[in-house]
Structures are given as structure tokens and as C-alpha cells.
Ligand binder design. Sequence first.
Ligand SMILES: NC(=O)c1ccc[n+]([C@@H]2O[C@H](COP(=O)([O-])OP(=O)(O)OC[C@H]3O[C@@H](n4cnc5c(N)ncnc54)[C@H](O)[C@@H]3O)[C@@H](O)[C@H]2O)c1
Length: 286
Amino acid sequence: MPVRSPVPGQPVRTDVVPVTSQARFDGAVALVTGAASGIGTAIATRLAAEGASVCIADRDLPGASRVAAAICAAGGKAVAEPVDVADRRAVEACLDRVKAGLGPVDVLVNNAAVVSSTDLKNLTEEEWDRDLAVCLKGAFLCAKAVLPDMLQRRKGVLLNIGSVNGSHFYGDDAYSAAKAGLVSLTRSLAVRYGAYGVRANLIAPGTVRTPAWDERLRRDPDLLQTLAQWYPLGRLGTVEDIAAAAAFLASDEASWITGTTLTVDGGLVAGNAVMAQHILGPFPTE
Ligand SMILES: NC(=O)c1ccc[n+]([C@@H]2O[C@H](COP(=O)([O-])OP(=O)(O)OC[C@H]3O[C@@H](n4cnc5c(N)ncnc54)[C@H](O)[C@@H]3O)[C@@H](O)[C@H]2O)c1
């Protein structure tokens, strides 16, 4: 029986993308939002180290410029662009400049985020709107801005940075709702545009020490050591752990992976070892 293409008028794709392990992004253009800090910086740096021309897009332009300069100093190619991902006009203008300067975007990493940690009862409408606007609407606006070129070129990678908060409760209620929404948006993008060669995936990190933790650490300097005990692998994540996963999902090595969530969390959401040991006694080591 003939196979029907999911895109009317288009043949079923039977091509297999060749895989190379070195310089997986030679000639590619990547745009990473929120790349002036933390995980975004690490992802941009990793993609640049593997050959991509990278746009460091952030509302913090001095920070973005510093990251771009560091990448260039290390022999990579990077530019800094100011953008507020929650502002459609700013996103479109940013994408126009990137396209004119570097070319159409091959890899979009929606990483920018803000988090309001107020207790749900006291969370203001403004805080709720801000978290949803940056974490969820921002990803929609950026995807919408890059999609026309991706669809026309029949290739593209959309990578959303979610959180374990998108599937489990750890506080930060509005942020968590936005991250859960991002899982659904990822599936929509993957299913709607897969037949056009566009892949969409989400990484759900656990705790990673970045400037996002500064304020909480001022309140409790031991917080990260306390949190580490809940992680089955016995440590928190590093920005490089997340960047490695991002580079994999963005690369052709993941060419048959779309619509999925890759949880990168040292085993956190797999279960609760501390609770289990209260029930069972200490886990035997031999
Ligand atoms: N650090 C963690 O423990 C952790 C855990 C789970 C998920 N994450 C996710 O990883 C991603 C990066 O987090 P991080 O810890 O590196 O955060 P971070 O606070 O260090 O960096 C966030 C960056 O986003 C930028 N940004 C904020 N609002 C923006 C806007 N409207 N437009 C453009 N840029 C904006 C900031 O200027 C900053 O450079 C986020 O999506 C976050 O939700 C982080």
C-alpha cells in the first residue's frame, strides 16, 4: 500500500541525515535566548565551539556582548542582540537583524526565563503575567518568527528549555505553569511541522547553579548542599550538563527525535531516594 505523506503534495521523507561527531554545527546559525547568563551562555558557547554562528539574544545587552566577545576570543563566531522575548515587535526586529547578519536560523533555543517565587495566594497578577509572558509566550513568539524560513528551507531545530517544575511541584507556581505549557507547545510544534523537517524538543533540567539562584543563596548559603541530597546521582547539575544535552538534541544525531522531553536532572524525578530509605532503611552499597 502506498504511504501517504502527512503534507499534501509532498513526498514522504525517506532521506537519512548523515551523522558526524565533530563540529556538528559547521555552517549552522543558532539563536539562543537568555544567553547572557547561566545555562544559555553554556549552550551558546557549546554550539559555537562545534561550529555554529551564534546569536546571543538577551534583554541584558552588556551581558550578551560580553558572552559574544568571549566566544569570538576563543575562535568562535557570535553576535549579541538585545531582545525582550515577550515583545513581538522586538522579537521580529531581532530576527530580521540576525537573518541579515548571519543568515536564516537553523537552531532556535528558547531559554530566556524569569521566575516569581511568591506564594500562590500572594502572587500578583503582574507576576503571573510576566512569568507566562517570558517563559511561554516568548517561546511562541520566537518560534513563530523563525518558522517561515524553517518551513521554506525544510529544516530547523526548535529547542525549548523547560524545567522539572513543568511536571512536578517545587514551588514557583506561575513559572511552573509556564514550563508545563512549554511541554505542550513543544508537542504542537513537533507534530505540526515534523513533515517539513522541523524538529522540536524540550529539555527539563533539575537544579543547576546559575545566577538565577543568587537571591535564594543570600537567604540560605547552604541551600544547594541541602538540595543535592535529593538527587540520586548525589550532585546538582552543571551548565555543561545541560549544554551537552542541548547540543545532542540540536544535532543531526537526534534526527529522529522530536516532540519529546529530555529530563536532565540527576535522577530527581525518577523517585525519592531519601523517602525510600526512610521506608526501607539505608540502601546497601555492595
Ligand atoms: N538554573 C536552574 O536550576 C534551572 C532549573 C530548571 C530549568 N532552568 C531553566 O534554564 C533556563 C536558563 O536558566 P538560568 O538558570 O541560566 O537563568 P539565568 O537567570 O541565569 O539566565 C536567564 C537569562 O534570561 C534573560 N532574560 C530574562 N528575561 C528575558 C526576556 N524577557 N527577554 C530576553 N532575555 C531575558 C536574562 O537576562 C538572563 O540572561 C531557563 O529557561 C530556566 O527556567 C534552570
